[in-house]
Design a protein around this ligand. Structure first.
Ligand code: NDP
Length: 316
């Protein structure tokens, strides 16, 4: 398995398991299956509502001798209601307690959006805090304190546009090492990838398969189907693999980490095996141009009427 290099000689396995929309009752089995199948990187977040079960699976895998804690890379994220400096460590401690871990390998600011303490999703304008009330710089001091206290090995961000990453890099004591963003052939974000690399950050590709979940309340009817795109299918046929593997391999070939979500044992194994799929430069360029440009997680829930956030400010 390829890895990405972090400070202190730490290495993040390039393919990880996503856990968003993995239902309680399913995620324990999914994570345990993934670890037994060979995954060594799990992507979590408190907002996914399933960190306790993820923690049980990690605990049981370690107990059963499947792996050691040191062999595993665990990422989690700071939710938007804990952006005040003094709220960061308590939120992190809750995640660590749920995951039954002493430390995280990577801790990310989930969104550059601040909510009032205790608000998971905003219902009205009063639920927001603006970035002038709680600047990212303040939140970042809490993130740095987490490193100082040995609770996390690396810190980073998620859903940050390049300008915001640059500002953070220039104004931080401990530099961000990761920006986790939506990346796939409908949203290749070449400039962001290049810019973050130049600034010393890796990217993780989220929703690499198009985030399709027919049971999801936030699914839109006009979403294009990435996994069923003829160009993806054509490369899959040529390389004798599945469309999902083409998309994961495409992310790997671009030097990003990639965290496909699945709770299905067959697809969990299939996705990890994408590490063995070789794509040519022509395949990669062919897939990169398929369009249409589309963002599955468009952030519109942060840009409701009366919110201090707009989509253009979010994405640039
Ligand atoms: P993905 O793009 O990973 O797609 C997941 C969907 O694809 C599920 O319905 C899954 O179904 C299905 N699937 C999985 N493998 C295959 C396959 N080989 N062939 C066909 N279908 C497949 O979506 P996500 O949006 O979940 O993104 C992945 C992860 O990224 C998240 O789980 C989360 O950890 C992270 N993320 C982070 C965000 C952030 O703001 N930082 C935002 C969004 C995601 P099934 O389970 O039945 O296999």
């Amino acid at each position: 398995m390829k890895t990405l290099n972090f400070s202190h000689n730490d290495k993040m396995p390039i393919i990880g398991l996503g856990t968003w929309k993995s239902k309680p009752g399913e995620v324990y089995k999914a994570v345990l299956t993934a670890l037994k199948t060979g995954y060594r990187h799990i992507d979590c977040a408190p907002i996914y509502g399933n960190e306790k079960e993820v923690g049980n699976a990690i605990r049981d895998a370690i107990k059963a001798g499947v792996l050691t804690r040191k062999e595993l890379w665990v990422t989690s994220k700071l939710w938007n209601d804990a952006h005040r400096k003094d709220d960061v460590i308590p939120a992190l401690r809750k995640t660590l307690s749920d995951l039954q871990l002493d430390y995280l390998d990577l801790f990310l600011v989930h969104w550059p959006v601040a909510l009032q303490p205790g608000v998971m999703f905003p219902k009205g304008s009063d639920d927001f805090l603006s970035l002038s009330e709680v600047p990212v710089a303040e939140t970042w001091q809490g993130m740095e304190a987490a490193v100082d206290q040995g609770l996390v090995r690396h810190i980073g961000v998620s859903n940050f546009k390049l300008e915001r990453v640059k500002h953070l890099v220039e104004n931080s004591r401990i530099k961000p090492e990761m920006n986790q963003v939506e990346l796939h052939p409908f949203l290749p974000q070449d400039e962001l990838l290049k810019g973050c690399k130049e600034l010393g950050l890796h990217l993780t590709a989220y929703s690499p398969l198009g985030s399709k979940d027919r049971s999801s309340a936030i699914k839109k009817d006009d979403e294009p189907l990435l996994l069923e795109h003829p160009a993806v299918k054509k490369v899959a046929e040529k390389r004798d693999c599945t469309p999902g593997q083409v998309l994961i391999s495409w992310a790997v070939h671009r030097g990003t980490a990639v965290i496909p979500k699945s709770t299905n044992a067959g697809r969990i194994a299939e996705n990890l095996n994408a590490a063995k799929v070789e794509l040519s430069v022509e395949d990669i360029q062919f897939i990169a141009q398929i369009g249409p440009e589309y963002r599955f997680v468009d952030g519109s829930f942060w840009a409701m009427e009366g919110s201090p956030y707009t989509l253009s400010d979010l994405w640039g």
